[in-house]
Design a protein around this ligand. Sequence first.
Ligand SMILES: NC(=O)c1ccc[n+]([C@@H]2O[C@H](COP(=O)([O-])OP(=O)(O)OC[C@H]3O[C@@H](n4cnc5c(N)ncnc54)[C@H](OP(=O)(O)O)[C@@H]3O)[C@@H](O)[C@H]2O)c1
Length: 263
Amino acid sequence: VKIPGSTVLLTGATGGIGQAISRALAARGAELILTGRRGEQLAELALALGARTIPADLSVRADVDDLIEQAGRVDILISNAALPASGSLASFTAEEIDRALEVNVRAPLVLANALTPAMLERREGHLLFMSSLAGRAGSTRTSIYNASKFALRGFASGLRAELHGTGVGVSAVFPGFIRDAGMFADSGATLPRGVRTRSPQDVARAVIGAVEHNRGEVDVAPLSLRLGAVLGTLAPDTAAAMSRRLGAEEIGRAFEDGQRTKR
Ligand SMILES: NC(=O)c1ccc[n+]([C@@H]2O[C@H](COP(=O)([O-])OP(=O)(O)OC[C@H]3O[C@@H](n4cnc5c(N)ncnc54)[C@H](OP(=O)(O)O)[C@@H]3O)[C@@H](O)[C@H]2O)c1
């Protein structure tokens, strides 16, 4: 799908990666509808980018319905909002698990469900889901986040098969560790030496490329991490042993501590 002139609904626009995606889409000539909970950040983005904004809490089902209604015609959906949902399983309440699933999984599926019929009628549109390398391989103290990101990967893959040939494209994007802004940078966690990061702008470029060229799956991570994720699928126990040796436990603890306020 061509981005110039298309109406793009972007969730998680107020976050570190979402702001970079917003700017990249605006520079490409998209008509933006930005959403998130934080009204002030939304207002700033609206002013800077000439975007429409619709504040919504995606853990509240009525807000998801209102968002769909207020958005109206959407040519491209970019489901980017998520909670980090990190921490040992035992540290979660059932309510926190619900919230993680509502925001990270239910909202993207319900938005896609509501917006796809009109795209199919027009025989044009695109749906993009922000997964993570955590949606390819699990790691300690991120099991709920892993569950939500594996879910998005499965959904995007199934839907892409279903919509093949209809003119409506589907993509999933898989960032590794992103520096400067966003949930990893905000956590304050440090990586073992030699583990490289990518920037929010790299993710934004990947999103634009995925939409414009209808790419099914796009990783935004250095080769070493991408290979680690592949190994996690082919030989999960070997991959887990390797990541234990590389300090996965420490990173998991740093996420648990640094991201607790985002549950
Ligand atoms: N940063 C990384 O290293 C990294 C790596 C892999 C994948 N990702 C993925 O990239 C995407 C963006 O993450 P980020 O790094 O930009 O994180 P972030 O800075 O924490 O931003 C998260 C975004 O999600 C929105 N959000 C959270 N809870 C919400 C709720 N209940 N209702 C509505 N919106 C909600 C936030 O908006 P409000 O606070 O305004 O509600 C914010 O815009 C996520 O899907 C994340 O899983 C990030």
